[in-house]
Design a protein around this ligand. Sequence first.
Ligand code: CTP
Length: 238
Amino acid sequence: MVEPGEIVAALRYLAGRKGPLAGRRIVITAGGTQEPLDPVRVLTNRSSGKQGFALAQAALDAGAEVTLIATPTALPVPYGARHVAVRSAAELLAAVQAELLGADALIMAAAVADFRPAQPAADKIKKHGAALTLTLEPTEDILALTGAQRAQTGWPRCLVGFAAESRDLLENAQAKLRAKSLDFIVANDISATDAGFETDTNRVVLLFADGRSETLPLMSKAEVAERVIAEVVQRCAS
Ligand code: CTP
């Protein structure tokens, strides 16, 4: 017997099929990357993946074919999404690159590590009572690379980033919007306790390449996702 929840999920999926993104392929990344230190430990961050998973659901509701590239999380994959499991920034980059050709939009909600241990240890690092110094090397900036590639290939048609900031929200987000050649960026202030990492709500500002901006009130991550997907629809549906 199929679980009632699965029947509801299947009906929701079917109801979306004639939506404004029908026939469009949307790639969404979610969660915090994990950079191995040794076979036991990783460097990671506080991203829960909730906003990315909510985006996948909203894109499905709008009729899109959705690929959700996600780091490990306890969240259920929305019914109808194609799930690609990754851990590190390097795996995320490879997965994004494999999906890009023919993608209508890439939404990078994942919190990608900017640095990884330069030489992960093959065996578990043992304590010796002394301080441990780690050497970290930079990872590839996936969005910046995709923005540069888009100038050559034309794919993806729509490129969306997130900016998690603890200060100077608008200035920093504006700089990322330009540096990564995005259509728009979703900026959020991670210092607020009711928004950002691990919460079910978010308070964001949308900044557009044409200089417009829109400040949204505190809302659920599902509602933020609907607003973001509505903007993607405007850029992709034609
Ligand atoms: N991003 C990315 N690749 C990275 C780092 C970030 O694609 N190596 C993407 C994120 O998924 C997000 C956007 O770039 O959509 C901004 O990420 P954020 O962590 O806010 O900023 P950074 O560009 O890493 O800059 P900084 O950490 O200096 O604020």
